[in-house]
Design a protein around this ligand. Structure first.
Ligand SMILES: *[C@@H]1O[C@H](CO)[C@@H](O)[C@H](O)[C@H]1NC(C)=O
Ligand SMILES: *[C@@H]1O[C@H](CO)[C@@H](O)[C@H](O)[C@H]1NC(C)=O
Ligand SMILES: *[C@@H]1O[C@H](CO)[C@@H](O)[C@H](O)[C@H]1NC(C)=O
Ligand SMILES: *[C@@H]1O[C@H](CO)[C@@H](O)[C@H](O)[C@H]1NC(C)=O
Ligand SMILES: *[C@@H]1O[C@H](CO)[C@@H](O)[C@H](O)[C@H]1NC(C)=O
Ligand SMILES: *[C@@H]1O[C@H](CO)[C@@H](O)[C@H](O)[C@H]1NC(C)=O
Ligand SMILES: *[C@@H]1O[C@H](CO)[C@@H](O)[C@H](O)[C@H]1NC(C)=O
Ligand SMILES: *[C@@H]1O[C@H](CO)[C@@H](O)[C@H](O)[C@H]1NC(C)=O
Ligand SMILES: *[C@@H]1O[C@H](CO)[C@@H](O)[C@H](O)[C@H]1NC(C)=O
Length: 404
């Protein structure tokens, strides 16, 4: 007993000392983040700088080869360059926003720019999610004389993809210091089918261009960009322990976007959930939906096995401008539901970006089902992923064929 305690204590001391040394190395005492040191760390691969801020509940991307090489961004050089994801008003639902964030982050990585998120609508995102070191996406952009800015308004505009695909050199074509994006699009096909980016994709992501798809990069990027704030993490852990009270307990989930479903197709979903849980010894059911009626129906049918994070359902994009506190609650509920959706043992989702992207967080990708508009249920082998304008790859059919 005493020996065991001593071993644990020794282990703890070594880990703490290691952490402090690593911290000193990266922040080179002055407290400023030293990108070069981090670059070296990445190059060595052996040292893990990822702490699991979710208390171990969420599976994080752990292995070194799956880490993304966030480029070194010189502080204070006149050539400092940024990519900004903007959401100040009308940027779509959380699914749209994730698409915009993932695309612009990939741009920053491939183009060696510092990544910034300015998300204030309908509430400051930083209340719930914060930059995961070494990223510092909540920084202000220093105002310097002669600094140039270009703004892109690309909501539901996919033709921009072709511009990305054709450019010989991102830095030449888009040379401004600050590139500000208001977008909900998947830009990955534009990068993937641009031959001049293949080498950079390989260097920064460690994958060939064919692998460089939104679906495949989603979890790695998400785990690189975000961690929960202590406030949100506490709330999330509490609902998670309700949803998965024991290790053996299963969580079966439904994401039902009423807008994308024919009338009464929830009946198919209820039958599916009943059938699938009939073989589970202990389980909970979680239903996230844009309809209070569907939410009520679920409670009536499944009663006490329902886990239902508190809060009113609402469209985060069309929140009332004046009601700040209410708006923060809307975003909180949206994010709480989404993160819980990433933890399902079985997930049935509508043809909606919100559910589809939650499924991309699941590793390995198993027991995910799609609920079609007409109520048909299909087991998925890979994430379903649609865009407002259809599937982006169709824009590049010629290139897909060329590269097969
Ligand atoms: C590490 O991640 C890479 C890329 O995601 C994957 O191909 C590989 O199998 C993983 N290795 C281990 C040991 O999990
Ligand atoms: C750059 O360094 C200065 C101090 O020299 C610091 O005040 C500032 O926050 C840093 N900015 C960025 C974007 O790193
Ligand atoms: C950063 O840049 C500003 C203005 O260009 C300059 O006044 C300041 O001395 C620089 N700081 C450092 C640490 O280089
Ligand atoms: C879409 O974006 C491109 C810029 O790449 C612009 O030329 C075009 O006019 C935009 N289309 C619409 C409908 O706004
Ligand atoms: C792209 O353009 C930038 C700036 O003009 C230049 O520094 C860089 O070397 C170019 N990259 C390639 C691969 O040609
Ligand atoms: C679906 O339900 C709504 C409201 O109950 C009704 O107005 C609409 O006609 C129904 N649509 C179909 C296709 O049955
Ligand atoms: C019920 O689930 C089993 C597998 O668990 C499956 O084989 C069967 O088709 C399902 N039935 C219905 C009606 O969904
Ligand atoms: C329902 O929709 C799916 C997917 O769109 C389609 O494959 C299937 O044929 C449809 N079934 C019926 C009965 O219409
Ligand atoms: C694809 O190829 C066809 C025929 O080769 C051509 O007509 C079409 O314009 C091409 N589409 C694109 C997007 O390049």
């Amino acid at each position: 007993m005493a020996t065991a305690t001593r071993h644990i204590l020794t282990g703890f001391l070594i880990m703490t000392a290691g952490g402090i040394l690593l911290w000193m190395y990266m922040f080179n005492i002055s407290g400023h983040y030293d990108y070069k040191a981090v670059k070296t760390l990445y190059a060595r691969k052996a040292v893990s700088i990822e702490a699991n801020k979710y208390g171990g509940a969420i599976s994080q991307t752990k292995n070194a080869s799956s880490r993304i090489k966030v480029p070194a961004v010189p502080n204070n050089s006149t050539g400092a360059r940024y990519v900004v994801y903007m959401c100040q008003h009308l940027c779509g639902g959380w699914g749209d926003r994730l698409r915009g964030i993932m695309s612009t982050f990939a741009w920053s990585v491939l183009n060696g720019r510092q990544f910034i998120i300015e998300h204030t609508w309908p509430c400051d995102l930083r209340k719930f999610l914060q930059p995961k070191p070494p990223l510092r996406w909540a920084d202000n952009i220093p105002q310097r004389k002669g600094m140039t800015t270009r703004r892109f308004n690309l909501i539901d505009n996919n033709s921009f993809l072709q511009e990305i695909q054709k450019t010989k050199n991102l830095s030449d074509t888009f040379h401004e210091n600050v590139l500000r994006f208001h977008t909900n699009g998947d830009m990955f096909p534009g990068f993937r089918y641009n031959k001049d980016l293949h080498k950079t994709i390989r260097q920064r992501y460690g994958v060939g261009f064919k692998e460089f798809t939104f679906e495949k990069m989603f979890k790695r990027q998400y785990d690189t960009i975000f961690e929960m704030t202590p406030y949100f993490s506490e709330m999330f852990q509490s609902i998670l322990s309700e949803a998965k009270p024991t290790i053996k307990s299963k969580l079966a989930c439904l994401q039902f976007r009423q807008l994308f479903q024919a009338n009464n197709t929830q009946k198919n979903a209820w039958a599916f959930l009943k059938n699938i849980t009939s073989s589970f010894q202990s389980y909970k059911i979680f239903v996230t939906t844009d309809s209070e009626e569907i939410r009520k129906e679920a409670k009536e049918i499944f009663g006490s096995v329902i886990v239902d994070p508190a809060g009113a359902i609402g469209n985060i994009d069309h929140a009332p401008r004046a009601q700040r506190e209410h708006n923060c609650h809307l975003l909180e509920k949206t994010l709480l539901d989404w993160h819980l959706l990433t933890q399902c043992d079985v997930l049935l989702h509508s043809r909606s970006g919100y559910g589809q992207q939650a499924s991309m967080m699941k590793e390995p990708f198993t027991d995910i089902y799609a609920l079609a508009f007409n109520g048909t249920i299909t087991k998925l082998q890979k994430p379903d992923f649609k865009q407002p304008g259809g599937y982006m790859d169709t824009l590049f059919r010629n290139m897909t064929e060329k590269y097969q």
